[in-house]
Design a protein around this ligand. Structure first.
Ligand SMILES: [Zn+2]
Length: 200
């Protein structure tokens, strides 16, 4: 069996766990923290209710509606999203971003933990069974990001390279070559590079 060299652990169960939590981090950063998107200024939602609606909306679209998220949780998740955002596109600032991530992991009491369910084999998580929803999400997202950074793959935590767009993404391409959040930004960047060449 061949395993892509960038795969986090090579264990499909753990890699899919990491992937799922990084997708949630991407979703929260993009929805609650970025201030430019697709060439325009973006205003993140400002009130707990707006944040709550934004998160629920995106989670439902991603097929994972949360059962017990409150507006107060949404406010705290907005803070977490701002704190997680520096690990994306960190480049030379990776050590600073890693130190901030370490602090977040401590703050939200991240700990490797086996959660038991009757009749099933224990499930690995990175928060205590009695953690609040925000602590649990922050700990699991933070740990997943730390696992990617810790195997030398921080380049896969990307930010869009198109002008006036700071949307983030998890680059799962084979050679870590993704540069844009989506096709519209890729086309926009191509068009502006073409115009620049014409001028030159
Ligand atoms: Zn973009």
């Amino acid at each position: 069996m061949t395993i892509d060299p960038w795969r986090i652990t090579g264990q499909p169960e753990i890699d899919s766990y990491v992937g799922r939590w990084i997708e949630l981090a991407v979703l929260l950063v993009n929805r609650l923290a970025v201030t430019t998107a697709h060439g325009r200024p973006a205003t993140p939602p400002q009130s707990g209710d707006e944040r709550h609606a934004a998160i629920i909306d995106r989670l439902a679209a991603a097929g994972r509606p949360p059962s017990t998220l409150t507006a107060a949780d949404a406010d705290r998740l907005a803070e977490v999203a701002v704190q997680l955002s520096p690990v994306f596109g960190a480049g030379d600032r990776i050590l600073t971003a890693a130190a901030q991530l370490n602090e977040l992991l401590v703050r939200h009491k991240a700990v490797p933990n086996l959660h038991g369910h009757p009749g099933r084999s224990p499930v690995l998580a990175f928060h205590q069974a009695d953690a609040s929803l925000v602590d649990a999400w922050a700990a699991d997202m933070g740990t997943a990001l730390a696992m990617v950074i810790g195997v030398g793959q921080s380049v896969r935590l990307g930010t869009c390279q198109a002008g006036k767009c700071s949307l983030v993404f998890f680059d799962t391409t084979r050679n870590a070559s993704r540069r844009f959040c989506d096709l519209s930004c890729q086309n926009r960047a191509k068009a502006s590079a073409y115009r620049a060449r014409r001028r030159a």
